[in-house]
Design a protein around this ligand. Structure first.
Ligand SMILES: [Ca+2]
Ligand SMILES: [Ca+2]
Length: 217
């Protein structure tokens, strides 16, 4: 299984185990290997339960309880605890929430995937670029780099773009990098703009990101 392929399980083994646990108990447990949030992943106006659960050192499950059904995907996830809280976002402002899920936590940078629920197929998909590669989202960077994501609204059309920023500090102390804009439709992220920059100061607006602009952090 490559990093770009997610194994999708609907009502799989782990889900069956979860189903045996009363929902109230799940909500109240303080398990560092599990995180639950509410998000409207199908866009019907009702919040759905979203749970990430660490299975082993390299695998985690993402479970949506939506419209009376439990849908789950098993994907890569480092064995870190406590788990990063999944983030409820709406990266295209269509009223259907996506979920930002940590895949790897490094010393300075967290790598995220963006997950989208398809109500028609009743499956969870990683947001990917047209070539099938997962859209990598990075945050952090430490002293010598900076990465993040932000959303840009277009009030005239109601559209919202998803923007990633990745830059590295040069020996001169300034930053070189890129700011890439995507239009996300379902699980497909089309690049609509890409700006490369060099020698910008750390407070330059081109480096600015505000995750909360994509929804609830
Ligand atoms: Ca819903
Ligand atoms: Ca959305």
């Amino acid at each position: 299984m490559t990093s770009n392929v997610a194994r999708v399980i609907v009502l799989g083994c782990a889900t069956a185990l979860a189903a045996a646990t009363p929902l109230s108990a799940v909500a109240q447990q303080d398990d560092p290997g599990t995180r639950t949030i509410a998000a409207d992943v199908d866009g019907d106006g009702t919040l759905d339960r979203v749970t990430v659960r660490q299975l082993d050192d390299s695998t985690q499950t993402l479970t949506f309880e939506v419209a009376g059904r439990t849908v789950e995907v098993t994907t890569e996830g480092e064995g870190f605890a406590p788990l990063e809280q999944p983030r409820r976002v709406d990266v295209n402002s269509d009223g259907r929430d996506e979920v930002v899920l940590a895949r790897a936590v490094g010393a300075n940078t967290v790598t995220f995937d963006l997950w989208s629920y398809d109500p028609v197929r009743a499956k969870i998909f990683p947001v990917s670029t047209p070539d099938g590669a997962r859209l990598d989202v990075f945050e952090g960077g430490g002293v010598n780099a900076t990465s993040g994501y932000t959303c840009v609204d277009h009030p005239d059309t109601g559209a919202r773009d998803f923007v990633t920023v990745n830059a590295y500090r040069t020996e001169a102390g300034t930053f070189d990098g890129e700011r890439t804009t995507y239009s996300v439709d379902g699980d497909l992220a089309r690049q609509t703009d890409r700006v490369e920059f060099t020698a910008v100061d750390e407070d330059d607006p081109v480096l600015a990101t505000e995750p909360s602009s994509c929804g609830t952090v």
